[in-house]
Design a protein around this ligand. Structure first.
Ligand code: ZN
Length: 216
């Protein structure tokens, strides 16, 4: 399978089963920033770097904890997408390259079915927000891929529209919750819970999983 040409969709939806676990192991072990630095990009302390995917004179790519986003060309994805696109290789080859270059054992430990709530937030409230948002993110990325208009001018599917609208916010919130700024994480979780956002989103996700055939 060729590398995802746009770099826009998470690698995890291109493969199923075991390899997805391998991808999760790699993504938990290497951040996009670590990969970018390892592969020779100069990264500023704020995580900005010159985008390798378009002619970028001033750093317009933000490297976050678990995804990258270019404000110039819109390239985004996780560390495996990044590596695949940087070297023009498949996602599977990119995962293998990362495993080799970062000495990761790609055979993941046994995991439960609970979504991967990395970063071990110290508070239950933060952990809850992260889990709910990551679950929503999973749906959004599937919709973004599955319902994208086949050609310009085709009608926009409501779920594609929802994904395009919600993805930046969800990514931003996860960034706040999983970043190094613990006070920001705490305040974000507080806001999301006290305004009932997490509860409402969780209920909404419940209605989606009832029609899981729709989303699997
Ligand atoms: Zn770019």
């Amino acid at each position: 399978m060729p590398a995802n040409p746009s770099g826009y969709f998470s690698s995890q939806y291109f493969y199923g089963g075991k390899i997805m676990r391998v991808f999760e192991t790699i993504k938990a072990a290497v951040t996009p920033m670590q990969a970018a630095e390892h592969y020779g990009l100069r990264v500023l302390p704020n995580g900005m770097t010159c985008c390798p995917f378009h002619k970028d004179r001033h750093p317009s790519m933000k490297l976050n904890k678990d995804y990258f986003f270019c404000f110039g060309c819109g390239a985004s994805g996780d560390v495996i997408d990044f590596t695949a696109r940087l070297f023009g290789i498949s996602l599977k080859d990119a995962a293998e390259k990362l495993a080799a270059d970062f000495s990761i054992n790609p055979r993941p430990p046994e995991q439960s079915e609970i979504p991967n709530c990395h970063a071990e937030p110290t508070r239950d409230r933060e952990r809850l927000c992260v889990c709910v948002l990551q679950e929503y993110l999973r749906h959004l990325r599937i919709w973004q891929l599955r319902y994208r208009p086949e050609k310009p001018g085709y009608p926009i599917h409501p779920r594609f529209a929802e994904a395009m609208k919600a993805l930046p916010t969800v990514n931003h919130l996860l960034d706040c919750l999983l970043g190094n700024d613990l006070l920001l994480a705490e305040k974000t979780a507080e806001m999301l819970c006290e305004e009932g956002y997490t509860r409402r989103l969780s209920e909404y996700l419940g209605t989606l999983s009832e029609k899981e055939g729709d989303c699997a």
